[in-house]
Design a protein around this ligand. Structure first.
Ligand code: DUC
Ligand code: ZN
Ligand code: ZN
Length: 481
């Protein structure tokens, strides 16, 4: 079975040109003018844009936390991703270990066991996927076993400078892990906040009776993120090992990234749409819990500096940190004809520390960034492709199989209707939750058809994908951008 996409305007990370694409055997076979094939189905893409399928480098599907679970699993989250133009998602494996009474997140940490659990969850994948490993413990045994992750196709370790006593490693552990990563062609990813400051401020706020959502942000100060970003860059330089800062949310982090990169430090940065549009003011609204995630929303000045970081190319990628919860999990929604209710933000209605941290965004990323990033003049169409597709593929060892419109690449392709107008919101979203952060936002530009390895999985509003179609992607060494 072959397909020719005719006369589309191809947008890559570096070029824009009109051409046909021939798809055969799940891959791009040819790109050129007037392509012919005796049995191909021909799709006319005149006046449409053609992009590589998006790669979301940062999602949390089916993640147990706060006594509940993120409300999209590896099927529903993937389906939503596809409707937004994303065909690969990278999820974080929780480091657990077997325990006599079942799963024990606080045990020694067993990579194979943890990856197996995530593989089981991902059996329902509807788009291609790969894993990052949360490195939330560090000891001699774990240090020795880190290289085994590379053999499993997992090239990335995520560390935290916050969540004391839970997820955080101390700086010594981070430094040692950086050196092991370097020796094995692996990349460290870092969640940057100051855990000690946060753990001091939270009890103070609660003791003073400050329980509303805005205190989630006020107890996680911006300076902690700025300082931790510079600290990670400095450790990366001292270990001569690259680092990727996830979910950059403060203007000062962009300044630190620029400072370090100008000095040759191998540090890269990701931001997420929520940090470009929202502020602590959203947390002050009656429905402020909808915006609770960590790190938190900051200020308008931070939004502006992050946009500059994308415009100037200081940042390398846009991820989502998709980790949805219901706003009111006591009320059900219908999803694919089934009644669904999953405990969510209401768990913390009297105490911000009990609000599940995380936001939906896997479907929203590309459509929102097109209208409010490209059309608003913050980034070019080529930067849009670089940040959402090509750079994540390069950094995370998937290029040129993914993130590229070139012969030999997987035929993960989005036909984008740049003129399509939509009033966006929960009604258009396949994210399995009861709200959307961009409710009522006017969009111009939306995916029209989405192909996963040559198979049409989204056709307008029609879902043609299926559970189990997604493949696990073993990743090798990536590029430092
Ligand atoms: N932040 C969140 O808000 N949720 C999940 C993980 C994270 O880093
Ligand atoms: Zn994080
Ligand atoms: Zn995250």
């Amino acid at each position: 079975m072959a397909t020719i996409i005719k006369n589309g305007t191809l947008i890559t990370a570096s070029d824009t040109f009109v051409a046909d694409i021939l798809i055969e055997n799940e891959a791009i076979a040819q790109i050129g003018k007037d392509l012919q094939h005796p049995n191909a189905e021909v799709i006319d893409a005149t006046n449409k844009l053609i992009m590589p399928g998006g790669i979301d480098p940062h999602v949390h599907l089916d993640l147990p936390m706060f006594g509940t679970v993120s409300s999209d699993d590896h099927y529903t989250g993937h389906k939503a991703a596809a409707f937004g133009g994303t065909t690969t998602a990278m999820d974080f494996v929780v480091l657990e270990s077997p325990s006599p009474s079942g799963r024990g997140a606080r045990g020694e940490g067993d990579f194979q066991y943890s990856v197996d659990l995530w593989m089981e969850k991902s059996a329902k994948a509807a788009i291609d996927y790969s894993f990052h490993m949360n490195l939330t413990k560090f000891n001699d045994k774990i240090a020795k076993e880190i290289p085994s992750l590379m053999k499993m196709g997992i090239q990335t370790l995520k560390v935290f400078t916050a969540y004391n006593g839970k997820l955080r490693l101390d700086d010594g552990g981070i430094f040692k892990a950086l050196r092991i990563a370097k020796d094995n062609g692996m990349l460290m990813m870092a969640h940057c906040e100051n855990g000690d400051v946060i753990e001091s401020l939270i009890p103070e706020a609660l003791a003073a009776g400050h329980t509303s959502p805005e205190y989630h942000a006020l107890t996680r100060p911006a300076w902690g993120a700025v300082e931790a970003t510079l600290r990670m860059a400095a450790m990366a330089e001292q270990a001569d090992s690259p680092v990727y800062i996830v979910h950059m949310n403060v203007g000062g982090e962009v300044d630190m990234l620029k400072y370090a990169r100008e000095r040759g430090v191998k540090v890269m940065g990701e931001t997420c749409p929520q940090y470009l549009f929202f502020t602590i003011e959203n947390l002050r609204q009656p429905d402020g819990a909808k915006w609770i995630c960590s790190p938190p929303m900051r200020s308008k000045q931070d939004n502006a500096r992050l946009w500059e970081g994308l415009h100037d190319g200081v940042l390398q990628t846009i991820g989502t940190d998709h980790c949805p919860f219901f706003f009111d999990g006591t009320q059900s929604i219908m999803y694919e004809g089934k009644v669904i209710a999953i405990a969510g933000k209401e768990l913390g209605k009297d105490d911000f520390t009990k609000i599940p941290n995380g936001l939906p965004g896997i479907q929203d990323r590309m459509p929102i960034m097109w209208t409010y990033g490209v059309r608003a003049g913050h980034i070019t169409p080529n930067q849009f492709v670089a940040y959402n597709c090509t750079n994540p593929a390069k950094i995370f060892g998937l290029y040129p199989r993914k993130g590229a419109l070139i012969p030999g690449a997987d035929a993960d392709i989005v036909i984008w209707d740049a003129e399509k107008k939509i009033k966006y919101g929960v009604a258009q979203s396949h994210q399995r939750t009861d709200y959307n952060l961009y409710e009522g936002w006017e969009l111009t530009g939306y995916p029209e058809k989405v192909f996963l390895r040559g198979k049409l999985i989204v056709d307008g509003e029609k879902w043609l994908g299926k559970s189990g179609d997604g493949q696990f992607l073993k990743r090798g060494e990536g590029e430092i951008l």
